[in-house]
Design a protein. Structure first.
Length: 75
């Protein structure tokens, strides 16, 4: 009986995993960011229609870091 319950639990986990992957793929196809926002951005509320917005505190610092790196003086 335990083996049957364990097999059913595994099947249920597999179905949930497949649905989750499908949902994430559909969201990515809609060009929405599905993960935590990268440094310099914040996850936006769904009501504004965008998935990421620039972080007012860190965006400028990240931009400057990339500009400094582009000069070739830093690795």
């Amino acid at each position: 009986m335990e083996d049957v319950l364990a097999a059913f639990a595994q099947f249920d986990n597999d179905v949930r995993s497949e649905r989750m992957r499908g949902g994430m793929k559909a969201t990515l196809e809609l060009v929405r960011w599905t993960f935590l926002a990268p440094l310099g951005y914040l996850n936006a509320p769904r009501s504004i229609g965008r998935s990421l917005v620039p972080d007012p505190e860190r965006a400028q610092l990240v931009r400057r870091a990339f500009q400094e790196f582009a000069t070739g003086r830093f690795t």
